[in-house]
Design a protein around this ligand. Structure first.
Ligand code: ADP
Ligand code: MG
Length: 254
C-alpha cells in the first residue's frame, strides 16, 4: 500500500467543534459568535432563512472561508492555527454543494478517481475499484463511463456524493444538496444521504428538507441573523419551537 498515512481518528473529541465564531465580509458581520458542534456519527441538520449564515458556517469548517475570530476544531485539530496542515484536514472532510461541480470533460469514473490518485496517491486501478464501490453505493454502477451532461441533476449529485466518499472522509458536509434539483429527483439523493447516515457517517447538513431533518437528523440547529437561535432534537425544534423567530421561520416552510 502506498496510500498516504494519516494519524488515527480521535473519537474522544467532537468531530467538529466551533467556539465563538465570528465572520465578517467587510462591514457585514455574518456570523456573530457561533457555538456549534457535531459528534462522531451524529447527523446535524442546520436550518434557517436565506442569508442567516448557514453556508458561511459550513465553509468555515474546512476554511473555504477564513474566520474573523473564534476557534474551529476538526477531530481535535485547531484549523484556525496557522501551523495546521489544512490539506491533511480537508482530506477527512467530504463536501457536497448545491451545484454539483463535476468536471464536465471527465467521465464519471475519472471524476471519482482524479483526487484519489492526486491527493491519496492511489494507483489508477485501486482508485477505480474504490470508485466502482462508491458508485454502486449511490445506485449508479451503470453510469461509470457516462459524462456529467448525460446525467440528470439527481444523478450528478449522487456522483458528487460518491466522489466525496471515494476519499474515505470521516465526515460529510452538505450545503443544500437538493436545492437545485427538480422535485422528482430530490428523493433519490435524500435516500442516499439517509443510507449514509444509517451506516454511521458523521454529517452536517444545511437543508430546507424538513422531512429529512426530522427523520434522519439527530439534532436540528436553527440559525437566524448569524446566531444559533435554538437547537435540539428534531421533534422538539420542529414540532415545539421555543423561540418566536423559529416559529415564524417554520410557519413559512412547513
Ligand atoms: P445562507 O447560506 O444562510 O443563505 P450565507 O452564509 O450564504 O447565508 O450568507 C450570509 C451573508 O453573508 C449574506 O448576507 C451574504 O451576502 C454574505 N456573504 C456570503 N459569502 C460572501 C462573500 N464571499 N463575500 C461577501 N459577502 C458574502
Ligand atoms: Mg447557503
Amino acid at each position: 500500500m502506498n496510500e498516504v498515512t494519516e494519524p488515527a481518528l480521535r473519537k474522544d473529541v467532537p468531530a467538529i467543534e466551533v467556539r465563538n465564531l465570528y465572520k465578517s465580509f467587510g462591514d457585514n458581520e455574518v456570523l456573530k459568535g457561533i457555538d456549534f458542534h457535531v459528534d462522531h456519527g451524529e447527523v446535524v441538520c442546520v436550518i434557517g432563512p436565506s442569508g442567516s449564515g448557514k453556508s458561511t458556517l459550513l465553509r468555515c469548517v474546512n476554511r473555504l472561508e477564513e474566520p474573523t475570530s473564534g476557534t474551529i476544531m476538526v477531530e481535535g485539530v485547531d484549523i484556525t492555527d496557522d501551523e495546521t496542515d489544512l490539506d491533511k484536514v480537508r482530506t477527512r472532510i467530504g463536501m457536497v454543494f448545491q451545484q454539483f461541480n463535476l468536471f464536465p470533460h471527465l467521465n464519471v469514473t475519472r471524476n471519482l478517481t482524479l483526487a484519489q490518485i492526486r491527493a491519496k496517491k492511489r494507483s489508477k486501478s485501486e482508485a477505480g475499484e474504490v470508485a466502482a464501490r462508491n458508485l454502486a453505493k449511490v445506485g449508479l454502477k451503470d453510469k461509470a463511463t457516462a459524462f456529467p451532461a448525460q446525467l440528470s441533476g439527481g444523478q450528478q449529485q449522487r456522483v458528487a456524493i460518491a466522489r466525496a466518499l471515494s476519499m474515505d472522509p470521516d465526515m460529510m458536509l452538505f450545503d443544500e444538496p437538493t436545492s437545485a434539483l427538480d422535485p422528482e429527483l430530490v428523493g433519490d439523493v435524500l435516500d442516499v444521504m439517509k443510507q449514509l447516515a444509517k451506516d454511521g457517517m458523521t454529517m452536517m447538513v444545511v437543508t430546507h428538507e424538513m422531512g429529512f431533518a426530522r427523520e434522519v437528523g439527530d439534532r436540528v440547529v436553527f440559525m437566524d441573523g448569524g446566531v444559533v437561535v435554538e437547537q435540539g432534537k428534531p421533534d422538539d425544534v420542529l414540532g415545539n419551537p421555543q423561540h418566536e423567530r423559529t416559529k415564524e421561520f417554520l410557519s413559512k416552510v412547513l
